[in-house]
Design a binder for this molecule. Structure first.
Ligand SMILES: Cc1cc2nc3c(=O)[nH]c(=O)nc-3n(C[C@H](O)[C@H](O)[C@H](O)COP(=O)(O)OP(=O)(O)OC[C@H]3O[C@@H](n4cnc5c(N)ncnc54)[C@H](O)[C@@H]3O)c2cc1C
Length: 476
């Protein structure tokens, strides 16, 4: 069990955020056995206290901070726990460190997950002939099928595994400040250039003011939730960064029967296309056979859709995200704010709820009504989603990308573009601000390093873990 600890005035390594990136950084620092004092600051709860009230009362009560995305193991604890075992999936880190090192480190991180109790079974490697058939259909539809073996932890088991890791870190002497928020970084301007010397940390509860924690090395691993906080810190302290792409889309839900072939053979179909007329990259992401559509709430009240699946509890549906990547040109450089505005508009139309619409209604130019949902084979697994009109809030470019892509996927998965197919929105991924770093994760501010989804270089559990493991090995 995690116990109460006091905020230290100084530490050797300060890790901000206890998601997979921060955790693997701490684990690999410990492996080095050089006795450094490691302190982690985490605004959420220890893993054993992370429970979403919605499970009991059936609706979201807007916890602050959200227990689904904050706390030990970050967004990973309540995630589906699908570890993507290919460097081609999970973000752009291979561009920074090279595909060979990325793949080799994936294997080492995977071994750590196994050591802490992950299921040895790997999905997606057993049916090469069936995969070839699916690939032939994808080629015919103008889509690329990315091969990616998956180790599926499952939402419940992921929590057990991360629980063991939490205990291991605490037993090894890592100080974890739960329910503490990092307000700002301390950056001093020396003649040699800017240097990070620590951070300001405040308990989330009570009215206590911020404490100064001085550190020889500061590692920021604040995840997608902390992306806009990090963007502000980059602006305030002159940390080199650039606006990255922005991913916007919908979560699609169909009956399991529709996805059966792909689910049995691949577990997860990672399809990528560049539909006309915009030729933006559009892809499937985070596929949950027998899964449940879920809602996440950001601190600014924004409700976004996501999905997960449990190892032992299954629905009749499969859900997956369809995301389009958009790159903005000058003078615009605020993709996070853009996506937030679109999301807010969607929430407004749904009276604060996630919007759901049938694909056929989108093609027919009409909203969806609740009584129409009852006529379908597919029953929404997010019952409090509001039937409505996504097209009234989704930008034309993104909507066109999504519609054309869904039609192309229908050639690979017949029935995918059926009238009753459900689209939930907004599905937004805020990893847009990319921190400029060397291949050893050094920023232009000495002693400051950025990891995981908040750095803009990763987009998944495994890649965030990889970045953390390498950081722990490289920190001088
Ligand atoms: C519902 C859901 C399902 C998902 N399913 C999958 C999946 O199956 N497979 C997959 O690969 N990925 C999945 N993901 C994505 C995956 O969880 C993330 O990519 C991964 O967790 C990123 O790791 P991270 O360490 O970079 O950040 P995070 O896991 O987000 O952790 C960051 C931590 O930093 C803390 N933090 C933020 N700001 C501050 C601050 N100022 N002070 C203190 N602490 C702070 C947060 O509380 C959080 O705990 C899913 C995500 C969600 C939400």
């Amino acid at each position: 069990m995690a116990t109460d600890v006091t905020i230290p005035a100084k530490t050797d390594v300060l890790i901000i955020g206890a998601g997979p990136a921060g955790i693997f950084c701490a684990l690999s620092l410990l492996e080095r056995g050089d006795g450094r004092q490691i302190t982690m600051v985490e605004k959420g709860l220890p893993i054993e206290r992370r429970s979403c009230p919605k499970e009991q009362i059936g609706h979201c009560v807007n916890c602050h901070p959200c227990r689904i995305t904050t706390g030990f193991s970050g967004a990973g604890a309540f995630s589906d726990g699908k570890l993507s075992l290919s460097y081609e999936v999970g973000g752009d880190l291979p561009e920074l460190i090279g595909p060979d090192l990325a793949q080799e480190t994936i294997s080492r991180c995977d071994q750590v997950y196994l050591d802490f109790g992950a299921d040895p079974h790997v999905e997606g490697i057993e049916h090469p002939e069936e995969v070839a058939k699916i690939r032939r259909r994808a080629i015919g539809a103008g889509l690329k099928l990315v091969d990616c073996p998956i180790r599926h932890l499952g939402t419940e088991r992921a929590q057990e595994i991360y629980g063991r890791i939490q205990q291991h870190l605490i037993d090894a002497g890592v100080t974890i400040l739960f329910e503490h928020e990092c307000l700002d970084l301390m950056v001093e301007r020396l003649t040699s250039g800017p240097v990070c010397t620590g951070a300001f940390v405040r308990p989330m509860k009570g009215s206590s003011s911020a404490h100064t924690v001085r550190a020889k090395k500061v590692v920021v691993a604040t995840g997608r939730r902390g992306a806009s906080w990090l963007a502000d810190a980059c602006e305030a302290h002159g940390i080199g960064h650039e606006p990255g792409p922005m991913d916007m889309g919908v979560r699609v839900e169909v009956r399991n029967e529709v996805m059966e072939d792909v689910n049995n053979v691949l577990y997860e179909s990672k399809l990528v296309g560049y539909p006309n007329p915009f030729r933006d990259k559009v892809r499937t992401f985070c596929q949950n056979p027998g899964g449940f559509v879920s809602q996440e709430n950001y601190d600014n009240g924004l409700a976004v859709v996501n999905g997960h699946s449990y190892k032992d509890r299954k629905s009749h549906n499969t859900n997956l995200a369809v995301l389009c990547t958009q790159h903005f040109q000058e003078p615009f450089d605020r993709p996070i704010a853009y996506a937030q505005r679109v999301g807010t508009l969607m929430n407004m139309l749904g009276a604060g709820h996630i919007l759901v619409q049938r694909f056929g209604d989108i093609l027919d130019g009409k909203r969806t009504w609740r009584k129409e949902l009852r006529r379908s084979n597919v029953v929404p697994t997010l019952p409090d989603a509001e039937p409505g009109d996504i097209t009234s809030a989704m930008p034309y470019r993104a909507m066109t990308d999504i519609v054309e892509f869904i039609k192309a996927v229908d050639q690979v998965v017949p029935g995918f573009a059926a009238s009753e197919t459900l689209l939930y929105a907004p599905e937004l991924k805020f990893y847009s601000n990319r921190v400029r770093m060397t291949e050893r994760f050094e920023t232009n501010v000495a002693n400051l390093h950025c990891l995981g989804d908040s750095s803009g270089w990763t987009r998944g559990l495994m890649m965030a873990s990889v970045m953390g493991m390498l950081m722990g090995e490289w920190l001088d």
